[in-house]
Design a protein around this ligand. Structure first.
Ligand code: BES
Ligand code: MN
Length: 460
């Protein structure tokens, strides 16, 4: 007779078509948090709530916040559980611009070959459906002594500003043994990955003001300092010729790379040529003295995410703009702190900004980096599950990206996170033509089913 585990796997496979249909529906709700249409965020929240109910989750609830609603769900097994898993997801997605680059409309999902295209397919509506699908498969076989809690927020892509308050207010409700955060990816299609670290983030908008209105560049060129130029000069000064960031004290709290991590990353199937192929650049760039694999994981960076000034329409216009704006963000590594970084940026601007302009700085988001446990029975259960499905042991990864809840839930509730996911480097997350590789996604569902059974069989 087939074991419960095998029956759950069969159930998951038999229902794959329905899960793909669910993912289509979910992607069609354009839940962009950066530029919110509150209706779509609320629709996405109620869609998930209904989906949890359909999966057999007994208790579901919507919590209002000062931002998009949070969806909570809970399933208690009949017998007393050996552990409680808090499954996290974010139902919001990144903006779709530049729209002209999309081969087909971002909120009209479609499948081409082995890929499913649409905004959020990979980050992270696909991962949410995979996780719910795995839980549903397990519940279909009943009596696995695991309690499941679910927390879905709608503002991860803007730094989860309302999450700390929710976590603190609902600390009892959210009690669990660990959080499962399936919002990361694999380093390659055949390389299952467990992520144990994330960079932090600090986002700003910097505005530079010059003359009281736009000026004729013939009448006033050579007389006033062009704000676009002044802003570019400030930005250019934020790195030195070695690719290091010049904000005063920026590296003071950066921890050195451990020897074992340096060794692991030197052996990863991820070299400079791989980064060149993935990005299409002629040559790589970055801080001298570190490999590319190290620079994206454990070295901090400063990026310009957007620039706005002057005339950018068709043809030409001879103008000196009155103002210029840049969106700037820093990725932080242990033990950097977003509050320090803000002070350092202000100190840099106070020292470097010329008398010819006035500047304003606004902080948009900030949260510290996090590193989670790498050796625990839960991680072993997950590693074993990934190996069962991919026939190769997972690599342990520190991710250059950020997921705010991981640090917050540790800080406020003392809860450790376990991170994995089935997004691939070529999935174009945050970019036009986002997609998910369906065979990998399907393996991901199987791996999660194995993971939950492993947890019970190892009696964590
Ligand atoms: N899912 C990503 C994080 C991620 C990306 C993990 C790639 C692993 C591989 C997450 O949704 C994300 O994009 N986070 C933002 C957070 C920010 C806006 C606060 C990020 O890192 O930019
Ligand atoms: Mn994202």
């Amino acid at each position: 007779m087939a074991s419960k585990r095998e029956m759950a796997l069969t159930y998951a496979r038999d229902n794959r078509g329905r899960l793909i249909h669910d993912l289509f529906e979910f992607i069609r709700i354009p839940s962009v948090s950066a530029d919110p249409d509150w209706n779509t965020l609320e629709n996405a929240a109620s869609w998930i709530l209904q989906r949890l109910k359909a999966a057999g989750i007994q208790k579901t609830q919507i919590f209002q916040t000062d931002g998009p609603p949070i969806v909570y769900g809970e399933y208690q097994p009949v017998q007393s559980p050996i552990c409680t898993v808090l499954l996290y997801g974010h139902y919001d997605v990144q903006p779709i611009d530049p729209l002209v680059e999309w081969v087909s409309p971002p909120f009209e999902p479609h499948i081409k070959g082995e890929e499913l295209f649409g905004r959020g397919a990979s980050d992270m509506k696909g991962q949410i459906i995979a996780s719910i699908g795995a839980v549903e498969a397990i519940l279909s076989q009943s009596n696995l002594p695991i309690a499941f809690k679910f927390l879905f927020e709608g503002e991860e892509e803007i730094g989860s500003p309302n999450l700390p308050r929710f976590l603190q207010e609902q600390r009892n409700l959210l009690g669990c043994d660990f959080a499962l955060v399936p919002d990361t990816g694999m380093i390659a299609k055949d390389t299952p990955t467990i992520t144990y670290g994330l960079r932090g983030l600090c986002c700003f908008e910097l505005r530079v003001f010059g003359p009281k209105s736009d000026l004729h560049s013939g009448q006033y060129g050579g007389v006033v300092h062009n704000p676009a130029q002044a802003l570019c000069e400030l930005i250019a000064g934020m790195h030195d010729s070695e690719g290091r960031i010049t904000l005063p004290g920026f590296y003071d709290r950066v921890l050195p790379i451990s020897e074992d991590e340096r060794k692991i990353w030197s052996e990863l199937p991820q070299d400079d040529n791989g980064y060149k192929a993935q990005t299409g650049v002629k040559q790589l760039w970055g801080e001298r003295g570190f490999s590319a694999a190290e620079r994206v994981r454990v070295r901090p960076t400063l990026e310009v995410n957007g620039l706005l000034s002057g005339y950018t329409g068709n043809g030409m216009k001879t103008v000196i703009p009155a103002c210029a704006m840049a969106k700037i963000s820093m990725r932080l590594v242990p033990d950097q702190d977003p509050e320090d970084i803000k002070r350092q940026l202000i100190a840099y601007l106070e020292q470097q900004a010329p008398e010819t302009i006035r500047w304003e700085l606004e902080q948009m988001a900030g949260h510290p980096p996090s590193v989670v446990e790498r050796w625990s029975p839960v991680i072993q259960s997950l590693a074993q599950a990934l190996e069962t499905v991919w026939y190769t042991a997972p690599v342990f990864e520190r991710e250059g990206s950020s997921i705010p809840i991981v640090g917050m839930i540790k800080k406020y509730l003392g809860i450790e996170s376990v991170m994995t996911g089935f997004s691939l480097p070529e999935d174009n997350i945050h970019a036009p033509n986002e997609k998910i590789h369906l065979p990998t996604w399907g393996r991901g569902i199987d791996a999660l089913v194995h993971f939950f059974y492993n947890l019970v069989e190892k009696a964590v």
